[in-house]
Design a protein around this ligand. Structure first.
Ligand SMILES: Nc1ncnc2c1ncn2[C@@H]1O[C@H](COP(=O)(O)OP(=O)(O)OP(=O)(O)O)[C@@H](O)[C@H]1O
Ligand SMILES: [Mg+2]
Length: 258
């Protein structure tokens, strides 16, 4: 049995201006310890998909099974506990600006009822993992974007997740900083055996760290497979557009320095 199983997932947003079918019959599986990429144009449903995985958004239909547990069958209380297994990092870091770096990382452990002193010791260990122990006393406003994302990663590690959802985690960063964050994600994926879903507009990110990739278009997965296979030989228009446009842009930017 796969570690994450998504079956016939549907999500329709209902509002006064009409219904939006954000996800339509989405199916995929992810093995334990794998990094799974999701690509697609803006509005394709990528964020909706990850929010349905941790049930921040309630699916309209279908099943979300994580480690054999049907997420939709859990009570509110069970779900709150289960959610601790699922971490999330975003483009805009979502740090607590009034708290120091150390206190940001302590936060999830305090919420979980850990003693303050113990939480501080653990937080420093996680800050070392992300190479930011020297910034423990700084405030988020005093950090660069890459450093803020490292704090967010340390904080998510503090909740000991088994699954990590990354929604555009490197989109606000320059290419070099993106590289270092990707290496860090790969490192924690291997060290802690965390299964990851990575959503990104950056094809390079997918090529570098994702084992498998799914292409989402208008709420449907139109193509999926091993990253190398999909990138070497994209079959659908949607995949070709994403992959070839990216290559063209890369060539352009490489050429622009001449
Ligand atoms: N809370 C909401 N209420 C109503 N419609 C929504 C809501 N959230 C998303 N949608 C709609 O669902 C569709 C998918 O949105 P989603 O945010 O999942 O796209 P995305 O692929 O993450 O896009 P982006 O790359 O721009 O982040 C869009 O048409 C969007 O307008
Ligand atoms: Mg999104």
């Amino acid at each position: 049995m796969a570690f994450i199983e998504i079956e016939h997932l549907e999500k329709t947003y209902t509002s006064k201006s009409g219904d939006t079918e954000a996800l339509k019959d989405v199916n995929f599986t992810i093995e334990k310890g794998e990094i799974f990429g999701v690509i697609g144009l803006s509005g394709a449903g990528k964020s909706t998909l990850v929010r349905c995985v941790n049930l921040l958004e309630k699916p309209s239909a279908g099943r979300v099974v994580i480690d054999g547990e049907d997420m939709l069958s859990l009570s509110e209380r069970e779900l709150r506990l289960k959610r601790r297994d699922i971490g999330m990092i975003f483009q805009h870091f979502n740090l607590l600006m009034q708290r120091t770096v150390l206190d940001n990382v302590c936060f999830p452990m305090e919420i979980a009822g850990m003693k303050k002193k113990e939480a501080r010791v653990k937080a420093l260990e996680y800050l070392e993992q992300v190479e930011l122990a020297d910034k423990a006393k700084a405030y988020p406003a005093q950090l660069s974007g890459g450093q803020k994302q490292r704090v967010a990663i340390a904080r998510v590690l503090a909740s000991r997740p088994r699954v990590l959802l990354c929604d555009e985690a490197t989109s606000a960063l320059d290419p070099q900083t993106t590289q270092s964050i990707l290496q860090l994600l790969k490192h924690i994926n291997e060290k802690y055996q965390i299964t990851m879903i990575v959503i990104t507009h950056e094809m390079r990110v997918v090529q570098q760290i994702c084992d498998h990739v799914a292409v989402l278009e208008y709420g449907r997965i139109v193509e999926s497979g091993r990253t190398k296979e999909v990138f070497d030989d994209p079959k659908t228009e949607a995949a070709k557009r994403l992959i070839y446009t990216h290559e063209y842009t890369e060539l352009e930017s490489e050429g622009s320095g001449i």
